[in-house]
Design a protein around this ligand. Structure first.
Ligand code: DC
Length: 209
């Protein structure tokens, strides 16, 4: 079974994906990390983020061993990832990696922006996670503070709104729910509540098959 989880920045889709994968014994891929890893490779090399050829090369040379690097989670890398993820050839270069991950047994949970629409349009279950931008900004700020970084909630909110706008309006793979996605609003749910709601969606879909 393939479970696709999409949603905007800081919606909690990553944590949800990880927890769902654990619950079902599936593998989990946070696809945002892939875009972040490409962005980091360019920043490290001092390359302009608009350099398409270098960005595509970085996308084809991805090293999954580096996906756990905590620096990938920073806002600076997130913003750079948002920029390079708007380049069609970069997205194309990353499709096979994601589809291969999804296809390997026993099953997989992939979370991102376009899993249900582009990467795995035939996913068994599609969940689109949303939450009030203010709630997301608050969560992101708390996470940053917990990592020991300084964070101003108003700036984080402005950043989230800007990123939403860019992700939603880009011409390639814009952020939007697949027609057959189940929308999960977790604004007033804690992590456990969100996980329970997602499992309920998966079970409902399974029962209906
Ligand atoms: O979910 P995130 O904040 O880690 O994602 C970082 C950026 O990568 C985000 O601004 C958009 C992009 N992204 C994407 O375009 N497609 C995905 N499947 C995942 C992330």
């Amino acid at each position: 079974m393939i479970i696709a989880i999409d949603g905007p920045a800081a919606s909690g889709k990553g944590t949800l994906g990880k927890r769902l994968a654990h619950h079902y014994g599936y593998r989990h891929l946070d696809t945002g990390v892939i875009y972040r890893a490409v962005a980091k490779a360019l920043l490290d090399a001092g390359v302009d983020l608009a350099d398409e050829a270098r960005a595509v090369a970085a996308a084809l040379e991805l090293d999954p061993e580096k996906f756990g690097d905590p620096v990938l989670k920073t806002q600076e890398i997130g913003n750079a990832a948002s920029v390079i993820s708007a380049i069609p050839r970069v997205r194309e270069a990353l499709v096979n990696f994601q589809r291969q991950f999804a296809a390997d047994p026993p099953g997989a949970v992939l979370d991102g922006r376009d899993i249900g629409t582009v990467i795995c349009p035939d996913a068994d279950v599609k969940i689109f996670v949303v939450a009030d931008p203010k709630v997301r900004a608050h969560r992101r700020t708390m996470e940053a503070l917990a990592r020991g970084e300084s964070a101003d909630e108003a700036l984080v909110l402005a950043d989230i709104l800007r990123r939403d706008e860019r992700d939603r309006n880009r011409p390639v793979a814009p952020l939007r729910p697949a027609p057959d996605a189940h929308v999960l609003d977790n604004s007033s749910l804690d992590i456990e509540g969100g996980v329970r709601a997602a499992i309920a969606i998966v079970e409902t879909v399974r029962a209906g098959r």
